[in-house]
Design a protein around this ligand. Structure first.
Ligand SMILES: Cc1ncc(COP(=O)(O)O)c(C=O)c1O
Length: 504
């Protein structure tokens, strides 16, 4: 054998172990007529010993599986039924190099994509209804750098707890530009919000009484809005606010309007999340307009703003969806159209034209962030199907329970695809990132890019078994940290060890 040409010859790797251990005998091997001994060993044994040194670099042998060829399979709506893409770069930065520098797995944020999404939405809204505002929904992803990008663009903040309210203040948001939603607001947070003239949206009768009892100012009533739920999308989000159709919302507004310490200023409605039907927003705002006009007439109040919440879908695809999200969800422009056209027509019926506020989360951040992960093992099930295990689990990608996230490969995607299940590394059978996805054949060390993961993954991630990874942002062709990877110290930082529990 040519020494420089260290063979990865399968024939050799299959030689019996007895030979590799230097035992010869009946089964001694002759190849190319060679049988010369060196160091007292037959040549074949020397070859194997040499070869064993290389095993760390060698790919493991995998039994081939014959599957039906589905190249060119199509469906009548979107062309190719199975698609798989390549992604070697994110905003001009090489993905494998990112992993070498920052480690795997890694969340990668495209700053340009975040800015583009915000601009696309606000321009579409203001082009149709100039008095429109976007309050970025913090809970979707409240990483400081991400909130800051939206605030630099001019976004207000939508928060649902004292914790988030404090974050918005820390980010430098003017308190009067903070929308304060949520079912449970602590009294000290409500007092701060009243003093800051924030937009407080009342969620229950209890909250009306709570706010009245706080009576921050004897002379100036607190400005509040009332959250309304309605039956225009499925499932209706009726856990929140007061129902419109039953008359409960009118009752709540009447109660607020008659209060000496509260002033009914606005109406709020959040239809749900991933509402992939712009028609629901058209129906929703029409009903809210009718309701606001009734309040102005019957209760002699002035409705200053209508807040139509969030829920705008991203290009992700639900497990239950046949067609891809990218093919069917409305664009931000279409949502803007559904909301602004009716408002534009009917704004003149109000005492004063109301402001329009939206609270998008997913629609702004989801498509700007990818999770890059590395294959750590490949497996075959007993029925022959293939599985790969990657180093990112559902603890950092909880939306895998809802969506068939698009998976791209950093290698070239040829036509030679195979159907695989992708699992995370957690010790739970439900740690499944995708099932039956068509991908090029993967080996340990290959890199995958999981797309559209910006919404609700970082804020809902949990530390479980593995440390949470770093987050980097790409700006001007360079990557910088937005969040450091967790260290073992971070896990135990808040633990307290009572003296009697110490191991002596
Ligand atoms: C009141 C409110 N506003 C805005 C949002 C943001 O929703 P999305 O991320 O679907 O746009 C939510 C999320 O559930 C919400 O509860």
């Amino acid at each position: 054998m040519n020494k420089n040409n260290r063979s990865t010859n399968i024939e050799e790797s299959l030689l019996p172990l007895s030979l590799a251990n230097g035992q010869s005998g009946k089964n001694s091997i002759r190849k190319n007529g060679q049988s010369a001994k060196k160091n007292g060993q037959p040549a074949a044994v020397n070859r194997i010993l040499e070869h064993k040194k290389d095993t760390a670099q060698r790919l493991t042998y995998e039994k081939p599986l014959i599957t039906m060829h589905s190249l060119g399979a199509t469906n009548k709506y979107t062309g190719r039924a199975f698609s798989s893409s390549t992604c070697q770069e994110i905003d001009g930065v090489n993905v494998p190099r990112l992993l070498s520098k920052f480690g795997s797995p890694l969340y990668v944020v495209s700053e340009q994509n975040l800015r583009n999404k915000y601009r696309e939405f606000i321009q579409a809204l203001r082009g149709l209804y100039p008095d429109s505002y976007i309050a970025y929904s913090y809970k979707t992803n409240y990483l400081s750098g991400i909130c800051s990008i939206f605030h630099q663009e001019g976004a207000w903040a939508e928060v649902v707890s004292g914790l988030e309210y404090g974050m918005a203040l820390e980010m430098g948001v003017d308190p009067s530009k903070i929308v304060f939603n949520g079912t449970h607001k602590a009294s000290e947070d409500l007092i701060a919000a009243i003093k800051g003239n924030s937009m407080i949206h009342i969620d229950s009768f209890n909250e009306i009484y709570q706010l009245e009892s706080l009576s921050v100012s004897k002379t100036k009533p607190a400005n509040v809005g009332v959250r309304v739920n309605m039956n225009v999308s499925y499932p209706p989000w009726n856990k929140f606010g007061f129902n419109l159709e039953s008359g409960q919302a009118f009752e709540a507004c009447r109660r607020v309007a008659s209060s000496g310490s509260l002033r009914l200023n606005g109406l709020h409605c959040h239809l749900g999340t991933y509402v992939a039907d712009s028609g629901a927003y058209y129906q929703g705002i029409m009903r809210l307009i009718d309701f606001a006009l009734k309040l102005e007439r019957d209760l002699k109040v002035q409705i200053e703003y209508l807040d139509m919440g969030g829920g705008y879908a991203s290009a992700n695809t639900l497990h239950s969806q046949f067609l891809s999200g990218a093919a069917i969800v409305p664009t931000l422009e279409q949502y803007a159209h559904a909301l602004c056209q009716p408002l534009r027509k009917r704004a003149g019926e109000f005492k004063r034209k109301p402001r329009l506020i939206l609270e998008p989360g997913r629609g702004l951040v989801d498509e700007a962030i990818s999770l890059v992960t590395t294959v750590v093992a490949t497996k075959r099930f007993e029925d022959g199907r293939k599985a790969i295990i990657v180093d990112a689990g559902v603890n950092i990608l909880p939306t895998a329970y809802w969506f068939k996230h698009e998976i791209a490969s950093t290698q070239d995607v040829g036509s030679n695809l195979e159907t695989v299940n992708i699992y995370g590394p957690l010790c739970m059978q439900i740690d499944v990132l995708r099932t039956e996805v068509r991908l090029p054949p993967f080996q340990k060390g290959h890199i995958l890019v999981i797309k559209n993961v910006g919404a609700y993954n970082m804020s809902q991630s949990m530390q479980f078994i593995y440390a949470r990874p770093a987050v980097v942002v790409i700006h001007d062709g360079k990557a910088e940290y937005l969040r450091l990877p967790e260290s073992p110290k971070d896990f135990r930082r808040l633990d307290v060890m009572p003296a009697h529990l110490e191991v002596k």
